[in-house]
Design a protein around this ligand. Sequence first.
Ligand code: ADP
Length: 310
Amino acid sequence: MIVTITMNPSIDISYPLGEFKVDTVNRCDIARKTAGGKGLNVSRVLHQLDDPVTATALLGGALGEFIKENLAATGISFAFSKIAEETRNCVAILHDGKQTEILESGPIVSEAELVAFHQDLDTLLREATVLSISGSLPKGAPTDYYNQLLDMAKAKNIPVVLDTSGASLLAAVQHANQPYLIKPNAEEVASLLGIPEITNLTDLKISLQSELFRDIPVIVVSLGSDGAFVKADDKFYKVDIPKIEVKNPVGSGDSTVAGLVSGIYHKQPLTDYLKKAMVLGMLNAQEATTGHVNLANYDTFYRQIKVTEV
Ligand code: ADP
């Protein structure tokens, strides 16, 4: 089976408002509240694909219970670890065609809670063939915490798909036991290399030839509506996707990760799973709900995706 990890999940609350008025009362008729966090989005899409997935996360308090119930209702199998502090809320105010977000940094996790999570995960990984780690670390976890999980997976010969950013991504790519696949965007590649920005594919290719990325087998740089640019061993590929109508691209990166993880789980060739990942990202972008895809359009999009060695 596939195991997903979300170390800092949230309840995602969205308030659709026609207009957002500052320094006064705004009333909202429909507030949508869902179990959020990148790894949980990945789990939802894997579940829709009928792939066997178990979601793990650190959960605390009544809001943690809400996430449990929300996932249980979808039929996704889960093995959550309990923490003392309350799981966070993340609020998105949708107004005037814009999105204003308020993100709580979330609970502080104790060392004992991290040890307990580690032990739970160790047991769970006996059944796993792929490990998917997504999102930020909670306060209390060291920056290089994911390296411990990479070591655990390596000892069991389980490939890891890591989708994170900042210091924890840098620590993982510099670690002896590196992830099998990472999915940064161009901004994150620039940040890893300490350069201001990467503005074109020529520069992106040069950037991915850096020593820093030498031993990571697959790097998928997702480019939103421009598809993706990929380094796999010593080869480079541009993945082109068709133009589509977009409703809400939030969670498209997580859906893409689900496709990559699914492809690795099914031992598909690289080209096939890159197409799968792109289609899932696109299908998510066409839905209002984050981490949801309408698979009815899968084959039509799949046929239009081109993977070219460059
Ligand atoms: P992230 O949110 O992690 O930066 P991206 O925005 O690159 O991820 O989206 C991941 C994938 O989802 C893209 O590679 C593409 O397949 C699809 N996607 C995202 N936004 C769009 C869009 N506007 N039009 C078409 N496809 C999109």
